[in-house]
Design a binder for this molecule. Structure first.
Ligand code: BGC
Length: 349
């Protein structure tokens, strides 16, 4: 699949007994394709992305990528830890976004192992040197994708550091359960297991408030079509985000695997359930896809063509004392797991 700095980019293929198939690139530990059956049993690729590895390096929409060291934004590209200020690379105005200029999505990961017990699994690792993008400490990261026989794609993250640092590893697929080439992904019913969310300022940095979702367009406690409220001009936060681009505060204790969201597409009957140990879930409706990106099968991607459900720590946590901590101390193990469970409603609508 091409090369990066003279090293070959590989795609690892995982399959299971029901014919579900995942393709994972060593570039960015990226989920490039995921073939899942619909209610009629027809398989289709349901994640946005590119046909070639080179295209992932050209633009930066993070299709299917593993985000690191720090998913989402760190305000002003800087934070303090143990009395020291750390300046990061800035790639979103003044902010550091998704790990900075050379985030983990642009690195070549090493295949540590491919296993076939309890499903097919590939384990990828990356060593990020001390000072990488301005982050302190060497960070050793491992990401394992497991495709189980009951149609779940599980992602397990582990990281250790040589010095205190901040970590937020997350997965950034844009889902379109009707098929990656189907166009609009927003006419799908979404539930999110969250009673509050973190409103943002004009630079998409959380203000620090945890605002109840009740009575607002952010209330996904019962299933709602995403497109039913996304044009509601009475909600200033939708304007700031150009749609949904917000972190939800998940119910239940972080660290325990629990349900975070459920997405159901009425056209195909496909259902996706997201479980995670992470404290938050970023709902991003592809607001920055402007019709200029040529995706798989030479389809132009437009706003709303994919929905990202990013299980992660809250954005800008290193600068927000009220948010769950993202600090990793040397000698400690950072872990996080997210599971995407696929099914289809037996009767096509
Ligand atoms: C962020 C968006 C950003 C997108 C692509 C999402 O995780 O929340 O603001 O535009 O990633 O970079």
């Amino acid at each position: 699949m091409g090369t990066l700095a003279g090293r070959e980019i590989l795609e690892c293929r995982l399959t299971n007994g029901s014919g579900t198939e995942a393709g994972i690139l060593t570039l960015g530990a990226t989920l490039r394709r995921l073939l899942v059956a619909d209610a009629r049993g027809d398989r289709d690729d349901i994640v946005l992305g590119f046909d070639t590895a080179e295209e992932y390096l050209r633009g930066r929409h993070y299709f299917g990528a593993t985000l690191g060291r720090y998913a989402n934004r760190i305000a002003g590209g800087s934070f303090s830890l143990a009395g020291r200020r750390h300046q990061l690379t800035q790639n979103d105005g003044p902010n550091c976004e998704h790990g900075g200029i050379e985030g983990f999505d642009r690195r070549l990961w090493t295949v540590d192992s491919i296993r076939h017990a309890h499903g097919a699994a590939v384990c990828l690792s990356l060593v990020s040197p001390d000072g990488d993008q301005g982050f302190p400490g060497e960070l050793r990261t491992q990401v394992t994708y497991t495709l189980t026989d009951d149609d779940a794609l599980r992602i397990d993250y582990r990281a250790t550091a040589s010095a205190a640092t901040v970590v937020n590893l997350a997965h950034h697929s844009y889902w379109n359960l009707a098929g990656a080439a189907a166009g609009d992904a927003l006419h799908a019913q979404l539930s999110i297991d969250a009673d509050s969310y973190t409103p943002v300022d004009t630079l998409l940095i959380p203000t620090g408030e945890l605002r109840p979702v009740a009575g607002s367009v952010f209330d996904f406690r019962s299933p709602q079509f995403i497109d039913s409220r996304i044009r509601d001009a009475s909600e200033p936060q939708l304007r700031v985000g150009r749609g949904y681009d917000h972190n939800f505060v998940l119910r239940g204790a972080a660290g325990l695997l629990r349900r975070a969201a459920r997405l159901e597409d009425p056209r195909s009957g496909r259902v996706l359930e997201v479980l995670t140990t992470a404290p938050g879930l970023q709902l991003y409706t592809g607001n920055f896809l402007d019709g200029s990106v040529i995706g798989k099968g030479r389809r132009l991607y437009r706003q709303g063509d994919g929905v990202a459900l990013e299980a992660q720590h809250f954005p800008d946590s290193p600068n927000q004392p009220g948010f769950p901590s993202t600090v990793l101390e040397p000698g400690a193990l950072w872990t996080s797991s997210t599971v995407f469970v696929f099914s289809a409603r037996s009767t096509p609508p």
